[in-house]
Ligand binder design. Structure first.
Ligand SMILES: Nc1ncnc2c1ncn2[C@@H]1O[C@H](COP(=O)(O)OP(=O)(O)OP(=O)(O)O)[C@@H](O)[C@H]1O
Ligand SMILES: [Mg+2]
Length: 509
């Protein structure tokens, strides 16, 4: 199906999030939407999906002008959307979830689980998805849950599929599989809109690229463009894709972790006897494929895991058994993997989120009174520094674009008096221009003599930041190697192997 957006304009109060946007997606085309955080990509797709009504402009499918009062209308017209935060019900099976998307009139007039099962099986076979209709969604890896979302859309005959940053939560292998699925869908004539901040993915699958800046289309780019060309078109200036950093000047050991193990609520050992230390003024990156214990390890450091054994100390003081609150008060800055769950309160303003966890003392509270003008000044400064794009510091954080929400978390955590900085997936959802800034800030934090732990599943990020790299596999540290270690070696270690001849800390005889 041919999709045309003609002159789409969407305003939120004084802000024009989409300003007369034209976009055409041909049948069987993968069309990438590129643009910096807050450019208006998600808004445009929400208009297409009927979640927002455009103030001006038309949505045209195969030359017929559409009027969508809500997502139901968009779905009936053949539009499907794969959300980044899945809309599935975890305690239901795959087939039940797929069935839920349909009105009762489908499948012969009533909710028919067998028909839904058959449908899942048929679509799954057609695309080689390997999804069991009777599996509980909760038991499925993220990549498979995403396929369930795709099946759900296809079961409603979606002819246009929208993917808004689908790869942010996927492992590299799941990402490759998703790319293959998108190509297969395209061969079958589906029109695809794909939003991502990862330029490598764009170059891999895009047939056409449209770049949006400040709500307007600024141009088309060729899929053969270099990363640097794409990046500068997006942000309107040249971007340094690799951070310059001087060799670390490590001081005394600051964070010391010995024989740390974590048992999850299901009784599985998810972190297995892990030991490492981080010196003042160095960056230890923890690399590994998502789901190998990194999440639980950082949570254990932060007092967010209950069944923990072993010792963790910062500057000689034990952190084990402390509440999150106490850990934060001890001077630990923390960027959680999932900003929506742990990092921000969506209904609170930017200013309020910037003082979260610090509402009990100076400088924000004096003698029991909130220092409003201080807080506002602070919020203005931090927003400017971290380039948080919003209509002002009194905007609710939930209204910000994904990448701008992430910047609020970073701004808060990097503006505290730190003794340790722990960041999980610090640049998730952040555009290339802002990644440059965030990486520089993390290196600057190191250069102030603060120990830094960065957990990242992005090898590019690990290599860019790390002085030393600990690779995790199935809950254990496979080895700790210098930051200059080659990607090939790191790749093998991420699969649990240590290649012969590689010097791993602690194993030298
Ligand atoms: N419901 C809303 N109310 C008010 N403003 C909104 C709302 N939704 C989005 N905005 C604003 O519209 C602008 C565009 O946001 P949008 O989410 O479309 O950006 P994006 O291009 O998807 O960015 P990102 O790459 O960070 O996801 C932003 O300034 C955002 O704050
Ligand atoms: Mg977005």
């Amino acid at each position: 199906m041919k999709l045309e957006l003609r002159g789409i304009t969407k305003r939120f109060g004084a802000l024009t999030a989409n300003d007369h946007i034209d976009l055409t997606v041909e049948p069987g085309e993968i069309h990438c939407l590129l643009g910096e955080n807050g450019a208006g990509k998600s808004t445009l797709m929400n208009v297409l999906y009927g979640l927002y009504q455009a103030d001006e402009g038309e949505i045209v499918l195969d030359d017929v002008v559409q009027h969508f009062a809500g997502p139901g209308d968009a779905m009936n017209a053949g539009i499907g959307m794969v959300h980044q935060h899945f809309m599935l019900i975890p305690v239901f099976t795959v087939a039940e979830n797929v069935m839920l998307g349909h009105e009762q009139t489908k499948f012969g007039g009533r909710l028919d689980l067998n028909a839904a099962r058959a449908k899942v099986r048929e679509i799954s076979d057609r695309f080689g998805f390997d999804v069991d209709p009777d599996a509980l969604v909760d038991d499925l890896p993220v990549g498979v849950q995403q396929r369930v979302e795709i099946i759900k859309a296809l079961s409603r005959d979606a002819k246009v599929l929208v993917f808004d940053e689908p790869t942010a939560v996927l492992t590299p292998q799941e990402t490759d599989e998703l790319m293959a699925i998108m190509r297969l869908l395209k061969e079958r004539g589906t029109s695809i809109v794909f939003i991502t901040h990862k330029l490598r993915e764009v170059r891999e699958v895009a047939d056409r690229i449209t770049v949006i800046r400040l709500g307007k289309v600024v141009g088309e780019a060729s899929p053969t463009a270099t990363n640097a060309e794409l990046a500068s078109l997006m942000v309107g200036r040249a971007v340094e894709l690799t951070v310059q950093k001087a060799p670390a000047q490590p001081g005394k050991p600051a964070l010391q972790v010995s024989n740390l193990s974590v048992i999850d609520p299901r009784g599985q050992v998810v972190v297995n006897d892990v030991s490492f230390e981080v010196r003042a003024g160095e960056i230890l990156a923890i690399a590994g494929v998502q789901g190998n214990g990194q999440t639980e390890l950082t949570e254990a450091l932060m007092g967010l895991q209950s069944r923990v054994s072993g010792t963790v100390s910062l500057d000689g003081r034990s952190l084990v058994g402390m509440s999150v609150r106490k850990v934060l008060d001890a001077g630990v800055g923390f960027v959680p993997e999932d900003r929506k769950e742990d990092g921000l309160v969506g209904e609170f303003t930017i200013a309020e989120n910037l003082m979260l966890d610090r509402s009990e003392g100076k400088p924000f509270v004096k003698g029991g009174n909130l220092q409003l003008s201080f807080l506002n000044g602070f919020a203005e400064d931090r927003s400017k520094e971290f380039d948080v794009r919003s209509q002002g510091i009194q905007t609710a954080v939930g209204r910000l674009s994904g990448g701008n929400q992430q910047k609020v978390v970073l701004a808060r955590e990097l503006s505290r008096e730190l003794r340790l900085f722990v960041a999980a997936q610090p640049t998730r959802g952040i555009d290339v221009g802002s990644i440059e800034f965030v990486h520089k800030r993390i290196v600057a934090t190191r250069d102030e003599g603060i120990p830094v732990v960065v957990v990242s599943t992005e090898l590019d990020e690990v290599v860019a930041l790390a002085d030393r790299i600990a690779v995790m596999y199935r809950g254990s540290i496979v080895g700790i190697v210098p930051g200059t270690t080659s990607r090939d070696v790191l790749g093998l270690m991420m699969a649990g192997e240590v290649p012969a001849g590689i010097d791993v800390e602690g194993t030298a005889a």
